[in-house]
Write a protein that binds this ligand. Structure first.
Ligand code: ZN
Length: 78
């Protein structure tokens, strides 16, 4: 599996796409995808970068919310 990028030796991350059978492997440094055979597929598009950023921000927001004590109110207590 193309866990490491051939160009920068950085870590690649598998990204699943609904319209593709296999996940593509993304290098965030080189901003490109390779397939499971480590063949170049395409560049990481600007839209996907933005989307990824938003997802990450939402995720961090979720984590922060979960740690807020007020949310852990007990229910069903009379
Ligand atoms: Zn790379």
């Amino acid at each position: 599996m193309p866990l490491l990028c051939k160009e920068c030796n950085g870590r690649r991350f598998p990204i699943a796409f609904p319209d593709q059978r296999d996940a593509l492997w993304l290098c965030e440094n080189c901003k490109n995808f390779v397939n499971i055979k480590d063949e170049f597929v395409r560049e990481w598009t600007k839209e996907e970068m933005d989307e990824n950023k938003i997802k990450l921000e939402n995720f961090q927001k979720d984590v922060t919310t979960e740690k807020t004590p007020e949310k852990k109110r007990r229910s069903g207590v009379n």
